[in-house]
Design a protein around this ligand. Structure first.
Ligand SMILES: Cc1ncc(COP(=O)(O)O)c(C=O)c1O
Length: 485
């Protein structure tokens, strides 16, 4: 990384200069940066000024040759990639661009089943055939982790014609797989490695974090700079190691979908976040990691709670672990994770990232410090003092985990004739949509999979748990399946 160059923020400088010039605008956006009382009152005048259209001095995201290209080159340098593409539609779009670059219709792609819905939707768009690999499951915490090297090895041996391996680094709950070994193996079999790194944008900036995809030699990865890197919501980046794919190939796919009016607020926030991570990340994360060790010690000592830590690393499903994730097991208080999630918000004003049956996930990032962590540990201690002593909340976890039975490809299922059936009657049918709770947005069933009694029961359990259940039907008591109405 070029430390001196990383102190620059060319896109931010360009937009700031542009806003200070007395330009009379006969271009879009239509607010013309003039006083618009409603917007100004809601967002502040500065937002209007920074909200600009592409011009020669501000460059163009679809075909960058000026300040956007300079900012993307600095981004690539900071993340160890040969090229970086700024994205303004989140990592959802990056995951889709990666899969659409790698796969033509009917190409096979190996992936763990606990992928985000964006990857499933990319299978529908591309027509690629998934070869699902079961992730390792932790029945004690009730969460899914990474994939074992041996599971990927077996899938590669059984499907030597697959075009790519898709991985998650890390999972929502912080588990990293053995990326380096998987990349080596995949490359030996002429398969590319694509990585959903939405929860790992901070990895290159501290040696204690797991390897980033680019460090491990992967071919493409997508980072949500907005999730853990400190930029504005929706701003992400696709990173490329030019080996299997040329930069122009990726750019062509991106330009099939990406807006021609990319937000300069989002893009310049990437420039700022990258500068901060590259120039101050090491010191910031040194401090945060030390504070997290103390916070996790405190949580471990609270009656009824347990928290994941370094001991969790088992060399397989958790080959390495991201310590910025705080996964707290709460069912020892006689409550579900969903209940504790709601209590934390209602009674303590603490917003967790997500809940699962036994756990609540808190994400610590560049925006946290000992003060915010103390608010969390104090709230958890108080909840424990209120509820500890009740019998542990337990469900039959084995029945709740996924065992997908793919009948037809997601794309063929998506384009099939479909009908709605009541949930009670859905077992045995082939699913015509993705059903999930959000977050995390990992589908329980996807188009083309056989719905089992266990999946339906799992879904009904979630519906009863005050969490956001998503399916296509407006009436969540029905599910879309294949077949003539
Ligand atoms: C694992 C994973 N991949 C992809 C995404 C999509 O990212 P974004 O919200 O930036 O579109 C998410 C979002 O939560 C995610 O958890």
């Amino acid at each position: 990384m070029n430390n001196k160059a990383q102190e620059k923020a060319p896109l931010l400088d360009a937009i700031l200069k542009y806003t200070s010039e007395p330009i009379t605008h006969f271009d879009v956006p239509g607010h013309k940066k003039r006083q618009n009382p409603e917007i100004t009152e809601a967002f502040g005048e500065r937002v209007l000024k920074l909200d600009a259209n592409s011009t020669p001095e501000l460059d163009m995201l679809g075909h960058p040759t000026g300040v956007i290209l300079q900012a993307e080159n600095l981004l690539a340098d900071a993340f160890g990639a040969s090229h970086a593409f700024m994205l303004v539609n989140g990592s959802t779009s990056g995951v889709q661009y990666m899969i659409l670059t790698a796969c033509r219709p009917n190409d096979k792609i190996i992936m763990p089943r606990n992928v985000h819905k964006s990857a499933i939707n990319a299978l529908i768009m591309s027509g690629a055939q998934p070869v699902f690999v079961a992730p390792e499951t932790d029945y004690n915490f009730g969460i899914m982790n990474g994939v074992r090297f041996e599971s990927i090895k077996k899938a590669i041996a059984e499907h030597p014609d697959a075009k790519a391996v898709f991985l998650i680094n890390p999972t929502y709950f912080g588990a990293a797989s053995d990326l380096r070994a998987i990349v080596k193996l995949a490359h030996r079999h002429k398969m590319a490695v694509l990585v959903d790194e939405s929860h790992g944008a901070h990895f290159p900036f501290h040696p204690e974090f797991p390897d980033s995809a680019m460090e491990a030699g992967a071919d493409m990865s997508t980072i949500s700079l907005h999730k853990t890197g400190g930029s504005l919501t929706q701003s992400s980046a696709l990173l490329l190691n030019e080996r299997f794919y040329r930069r122009s190939q990726v750019r062509t796919v991106i330009n099939l979908f990406q807006t021609t009016s990319a937000s300069y607020l989002l893009m310049s926030s990437i420039d700022l976040a990258r500068r901060k991570l590259a120039t101050q990340g090491r010191q910031i994360f040194d401090k945060l990691l030390a504070e997290l060790i103390e916070a996790k010690k405190t949580i471990t000592a609270i009656p009824g709670l347990a928290v994941l830590n370094r001991d969790y690393v088992d060399g397989s499903g958790v080959y390495d672990y991201d310590d910025t994730k705080i996964v707290v097991k709460v069912n020892g208080l006689g409550l579900t994770g969903f209940q504790v999630y709601n209590i934390l918000k209602k009674d303590y004003n603490v917003q967790a990232e997500l809940a699962e049956t036994y756990v609540v996930l808190f994400i610590a990032s560049i925006g946290d410090d000992a003060g915010t962590l103390k608010k969390l540990t104090d709230a958890l201690a108080d909840i424990s003092s209120r509820f500890y002593g009740a019998p542990e909340f337990l469900v039959e976890m084995r029945e709740m985990m996924l065992e997908p039975k793919t009948v037809i490809s997601p794309r063929d299922a998506y384009y099939s004739v479909k009908r709605q059936v009541a949930l009670e009657e859905a077992a045995g049918e082939v699913c015509g949509e993705s059903i999930m709770i959000y977050p995390p947005g990992i589908p329980l069933a996807i188009p083309g999979e056989r719905l089992t009694h266990e999946i339906i029961e799992h879904y009904k359990f979630y519906k009863s748990q005050e969490c956001v259940v998503i399916n296509d039907e407006e009436n969540p008591d029905y599910v879309t399946v294949l077949g003539t109405p």
